[in-house]
Design a protein around this ligand. Structure first.
Ligand SMILES: Nc1ncnc2c1ncn2[C@@H]1O[C@H](COP(=O)(O)OP(=O)(O)O)[C@@H](O)[C@H]1O
Ligand SMILES: [Mg+2]
Length: 446
């Protein structure tokens, strides 16, 4: 008798996507930011400089502290981790490297805890992320460092964030502790995107931090081209990516202050688009599509990370503009912001705070504002939503606090007596006429 339990052969739902692509032969992930390449074209001098400083360890001497600076995407983080991983390979147990991103660990306390825990030998307990007094952490650090007898390299990435949050003293505390004669084997590599970082430090910290400084200059289009071509090698098949597509990614990256991350991301997204859409190869068209998507992602990240009140103000601007189809004034946006708060059950902020939030949204590039003289009605700030309002609304609705927004209380009948700079008693039509007249004119800058 035949078995009723026939083996069921199911196709994996994803298998058609992993089918051999006519465009790529390697792992596309190798183009992503987390992948460490084994060489860095156009960073040979910077790498040599770092190696020279750190090579003291090979001669049993403590290296100088270093400060690396340059714009984002110029290779600071990745070359540092490349060089320090080589150092670990060469010096083995004579060196201990601890990498700390100060955007995440942003107080001297959390940084010291991270250092101490990175030297734990398994039998020693991990110390808790909070609650220990500073001197106890310090004591533990001395004990653990002395037990190890190795050199210690502390990488403080985005070190400007530490200073921004805690002031120059925060770095002083760390430098001072690591300078302690009982642990004279520790040195620091500070990394910053802020070219003026040194100026923000007080002299005691500056001189300690800046024993060696290495500037990572921005890449130009030609250098980015070499970098992309190098990173594509072994990943794409011959002829799969047009020369002009590589040039376009490089040109866009060069325009963005020589950002290799952006150039490489664009290339990777372009290839993904070509694969998904079954295109023959990657051309300028895919790069332009990738750029649109990339920028949309930036807008998405900007909107979804706004605080709730800012989201409600932006939502108000979007729905007010939808309704009036023209430039808006602060008072109208405030009015509908209050309506949104009522509908969703939140307490509205004062109109002054809304003014600040509107300026913040302008800084993010989500809104644009110009101030114009309205003749006898005085000076008025006109606001417009930048980008695609539908898209904005869509992103805003991802917030569960806003997801049930219906717009039931949104009005066009603004109470003019509340509007900034517009005289009382002006009727809606007259204001609309005045607004559209002025909307076409040259902005009147402050
Ligand atoms: N010279 C280079 N060669 C190859 N890849 C590079 C080069 N410079 C930067 N990259 C890549 O660009 C991306 C951004 O570099 P990263 O080191 O994070 O920049 P930064 O820390 O200066 O912001 C990473 O994926 C890195 O691997
Ligand atoms: Mg970095």
């Amino acid at each position: 008798m035949a078995s009723i339990f026939l083996p069921v052969v199911t196709m994996n739902l994803f298998s058609k996507f992993s089918a051999e692509s006519p465009l790529i032969k390697g792992d596309l992930e190798k183009l992503s930011g987390s992948f460490m390449p084994n060489s860095f074209p156009h960073r040979e001098n910077e790498i040599d400089h770092m190696v020279m400083v750190l090579s003291s360890i090979m001669r049993d001497m403590k290296p100088s502290n270093m400060l690396l600076y340059g714009k984002t995407g110029t290779g600071k983080t990745s070359t540092t981790s490349y060089v320090t991983s080589m150092l670990k390979e060469a010096a083995e147990d004579r060196v201990n490297v601890c990498y700390v991103n100060c955007q995440i660990y942003d107080s001297p306390y959390s940084i010291l805890v991270t250092i101490v825990n990175s030297i734990s030998t398994g039998t020693q307990d991990q110390i808790p992320p909070m609650g220990w007094p500073m001197d106890r952490i310090y004591g533990e650090l001395v004990t653990r460092m002395n037990a190890q007898k190795s050199f210690y390299v502390l990488v403080l990435d985005e070190v400007d964030k530490l200073i921004q949050k805690n002031g120059s003293d925060a770095l002083y505390v760390i430098l001072k502790i690591l300078d302690d004669t009982r642990m004279s084997r520790a040195s620091i590599i500070g990394i910053t995107n802020d070219a003026n970082f040194l100026d923000t430090l007080d002299p005691r910290v500056r001189s300690r931090m800046n024993q060696e400084s290495i500037m990572f200059s921005s890449y130009n289009a030609q250098q980015l081209r070499d970098i992309i071509a190098f990173r594509l090698d072994g990943i794409v098949k011959e002829g799969a990516v047009d020369e002009s597509a590589i040039n376009l990614c490089s040109a866009i990256g060069a325009q963005e202050h020589g950002d290799a991350r952006k150039a490489l991301d664009l290339m990777r997204i372009s290839i993904e688009i070509a694969i998904r859409e079954n295109r023959e190869k990657v051309t300028d068209r895919e790069v332009y599509e990738a750029r649109d998507r990339y920028e949309m992602n930036v807008v998405h990240a900007a909107i979804t990370s706004l605080p709730l009140q800012s989201k409600m103000v932006l939502l108000s601007a979007v729905v007010t503009q939808e309704l009036s189809k023209r430039l808006m004034i602060t008072g109208e946006i405030y009015e509908n912001y209050r309506n949104i708060c009522t509908e969703l059950g939140f307490i509205p902020l004062t109109s002054r705070r809304i003014g600040d939030i509107l300026s913040e949204l302008e800084e993010f590039g989500l809104l644009s504002a110009t101030t114009r003289s309205m003749g006898r009605y005085g000076r008025t700030r006109f606001i417009r939503v930048m980008g695609d309002p539908d898209q904005y609304k869509h992103y805003l609705m991802e917030d569960e606090n806003l997801s049930h927004f219906m717009g039931s209380k949104i009005t066009r009948q603004s109470r003019f007596e509340n509007l900034d700079g517009v005289q009382k008693g002006m009727n809606l039509d007259a204001m609309d006429r005045a607004l559209s007249d002025f909307a076409d004119g040259e902005p009147d800058r402050e």
